[in-house]
Design a binder for this molecule. Structure first.
Ligand SMILES: C[S@@+](CC[C@H](N)C(=O)[O-])C[C@H]1O[C@@H](n2cnc3c(N)ncnc32)[C@H](O)[C@@H]1O
Length: 292
């Protein structure tokens, strides 16, 4: 199978972020390297791109896909960016992209357990070399903790009903597959409309397991450790909780006087892009620049 992920707002991000010829750029969520290819393709632009990803398989695919010696790829969380810059003997970068969430490649690979549409092990870890997976969570947490996770990270109104159904089902037999969890949810929340009733629960488990919101909260706070004056950070968000965190964090930075919002109004993909790539429909881009 050849894996795909179409980079979102790639042209606009490249224009706004890659501004210093020969500069040092960080692709904090390298994925399959789609945005990095644009960065390295801009004539006279990026000197090097430091690509980070928690997913070791994605890194291998990105290296093959980008096939450019100017990409330095590391299996690491983006929260490790200050250490990685220091290890490379670099003081600061001229730009950083955070393209948050998961890639189409991860969703499409049944073995990774992110999708309720395909039978697979209930995993959902970006870094599947360590930590608890989704099966560990749904088979062990008490009902009230499961309910909190589904409510907080999925904004799912039926969280109480779903968590009780999970606890009842796991007494009969452990829930170890994506399709079993989806059918447990469907039994208490029958389908109505286009969206599958398991959508928000799967999103909640993924965000919780990967500590996504905690990392999103920490990212704007580390910008002063990784960006040079004049350097820019671009954040591409895909759901309201993520976007709220970034929107207010960037406003706070701008209020400090040391940063400037590059786009006052959030940038969203045009309908042509959404038509060609439905995953782009919820994307929101915010960019900030370091002044001092
Ligand atoms: C939306 S995809 C990026 C796609 C990429 N821009 C492209 O065009 O191919 C997000 C990627 O971020 C990775 N990721 C999520 N959280 C991360 C973190 N804290 N540190 C590093 N990578 C992370 C995921 O594993 C996934 O591969």
């Amino acid at each position: 199978m050849s894996w795909r992920h179409i980079p979102i707002l790639a042209r606009q991000i490249t224009e706004l972020l890659i501004t210093k010829p020969g500069g040092v750029y960080i692709d904090a969520t390298l994925g399959l390297g789609g945005h990095t290819k644009y960065f390295l393709g801009k004539p006279g632009a990026a000197g090097i791109v430091i690509g980070l990803d928690k997913d070791a398989c994605a890194l291998q695919l990105a290296k093959a896909n980008v096939a450019d010696g100017r990409l330095k790829a590391f299996h690491a969380s983006y929260l490790e960016a200050p250490r990685i810059l220091a290890d490379l003997g670099l003081k600061a970068a001229d730009g950083v992209l955070f393209d948050l969430g998961l890639s189409s490649y991860q969703l499409d690979d049944a073995a990774r357990g992110f999708s309720f549409m395909q039978a697979g092990p209930l995993d959902m870890r970006f870094d599947n070399t360590k930590g608890q997976n989704a099966a560990d969570i749904v088979n062990t947490l008490p009902a009230d903790e499961l309910e909190n996770i589904i409510l907080k990270y999925g904004e799912e109104r039926a969280a109480a009903k779903i968590s009780l159904a999970i606890c009842a089902a796991r007494k009969e037999e452990k829930i170890n597959t994506t399709t079993r969890l989806a059918s447990v949810i469907e039994r208490v929340c029958p389908r109505s409309g286009k969206t599958h009733p398991a959508t928000k629960t799967f999103q909640a488990l993924r965000i919780f397991i990967n500590g996504e919101l905690e990392a999103v909260e920490a990212a704007p706070k580390m910008l002063d450790k990784i960006l040079a004056a004049g350097g820019r950070a671009a954040f591409l968000t895909f759901h309201s909780a993520e976007d709220r965190i970034i929107k207010y964090a960037l406003k706070d930075l701008a209020a400090s006087g040391n940063w400037r919002l590059v786009n006052k109004k959030v940038i969203e993909p045009a309908w042509e892009e959404v038509k060609a790539n439905p995953r782009a429909r919820s994307a929101k881009l915010r960019v900030i620049e370091r002044l001092a």
